[in-house]
Design a protein around this ligand. Structure first.
Ligand SMILES: [Cu+2]
Length: 385
């Protein structure tokens, strides 16, 4: 550990002690979130052969939030127009409470920078972006897309964009994936050096995301909840329920393991060739539902929040205030707020003490969710009809 890093950690310790660890601070960066002019990437798929689909992705970097998406458009066929899918998407906070009650870190609010990356970090499929290079673009195979009884196997591809937040002793990989089938993946990976003096204390990494879904533009988007229902009374039968999120008003919902809760964001005016409204499912990839009961931690008491898109509302720990007026989220410009939490119970693999010094690094632990198209295509371009 360098002397500079030790000094930074000591200063942080003083700040934490003064602020009492408890309340989520809202920094200046948080108040005026969006960001420097974005950079644009256009990626067509497949990377070899005729183009079938494409993504246009604008990204930006800033201290605090690290890497953010500033609009993304999808082309569902070579002759199709660009269709917007995302507005602004970002990791709004990373809340890290320790099991003993303190510290309780809000790691985005401290305005950390992205670390400078190199070729070793970028790997075989990666390109370094930025000056200095703080973002990696990877275009790569994503494994088997499907296996068909008649036509064989097709593999898929994806564009990954990632950066790594320099959060004192910790490192957070913030990664967005744009797939050839229109899916988008949101991941945050926790790694780095376990907190000094608490190297083996359990703690949580709450990835708290803010995603402005703008499906075919910001207007006419509605948010639904989809649930699988199966009870003893149904005696072997099951049903699927689709209902407006929180009765169609700003508010919250919870993830229920038995119900396979997913959100569905629908454009109410745009339909595919079967007259099905185009939509995206939000599919969580969860270890569990994190609930924290310290001061000003109400935002963790529910797993999904939905608001109308308003300027100056960027900060996840305030989301319970943002929903207070209960505005309509049907046929609106909607923002999804979603938590993806990781429970970190340290292992011997994280490191060890040698002559009184802790040596080692916590291997990456991921959490996140996917946005997956539903009835966006007239038919998949990835199947040889
Ligand atoms: Cu950890």
């Amino acid at each position: 550990m360098t002397i500079a890093r030790i000094v930074v950690l000591m200063l942080m310790g003083v700040v934490m002690a003064l602020t009492g660890f408890a309340a989520a601070p809202e920094s200046e960066v948080q108040k005026k979130a969006p960001a420097p002019p974005p950079n644009e990437i256009i990626q067509t798929f497949p990377t070899a052969g005729g183009m079938k689909t494409a993504w246009a992705v604008r990204w930006a970097t800033s201290s605090g939030f690290g890497l953010t998406i500033q609009n993304a458009w999808f082309k569902r066929g070579p002759k199709e127009p660009w269709m917007q899918v995302l507005g602004d998407a970002r990791l709004s906070e990373m809340f890290v409470p320790y099991h003993s009650g303190s510290p309780r870190f809000w790691d985005v609010s401290y305005n950390f920078s992205l670390i400078t990356l190199n070729k070793a970090a970028a790997g075989r499929d990666g390109t370094l972006l930025g000056k200095p290079p703080v973002v990696v673009k990877e275009v790569k195979d994503r494994g088997v897309m499907w296996v068909d009884t008649d036509t064989g196997v097709r593999r898929g591809e994806k564009l990954l964009l990632w950066g790594c937040l320099d959060a004192a002793n910790y490192r957070y990989l913030i990664e967005y994936g744009f797939h050839d089938d229109g899916a988008i993946t949101f991941r945050v990976g926790s790694t780095g050096r376990n907190y000094s003096t608490r190297e083996f204390e359990g703690h949580m990494h709450n990835g708290l995301w803010r995603v402005d879904v703008n499906l075919d533009g910001p207007k006419n988007n509605s948010v639904y909840v989809k649930e699988h229902i199966e009870t003893p009374k149904l005696a072997g039968k099951a049903s699927t329920i689709i209902r407006p999120f929180n009765k169609g008003k700003e508010g919250f919902e919870d993830w229920n393991a038995e119900r396979f809760t997913t959100l569905n964001i629908t454009n109410e005016t745009r339909k595919n060739i079967r007259k099905m409204p185009i939509s995206y499912d939000l599919v969580p990839w969860r270890m569990g539902n994190a609930r924290h009961y310290g001061e000003k931690e109400e935002c963790t008491h529910h797993d999904f929040w939905v608001t109308v898109n308003r300027k100056d509302e960027w900060y996840y720990p305030k989301v319970q205030e943002y929903v207070k007026n209960g505005e309509k989220i049907m046929n609106a410009d909607v923002v999804i707020w979603h938590s993806s939490a990781c429970h970190h119970e340290p292992r011997s693999e994280d490191g060890e003490f040698r002559k009184g010094n802790f040596v080692g690094t916590t291997p990456v632990a991921w959490s996140g969710f996917d946005l997956r198209p539903r009835n966006v295509f007239d038919r998949t371009p990835h199947f040889p009809y």
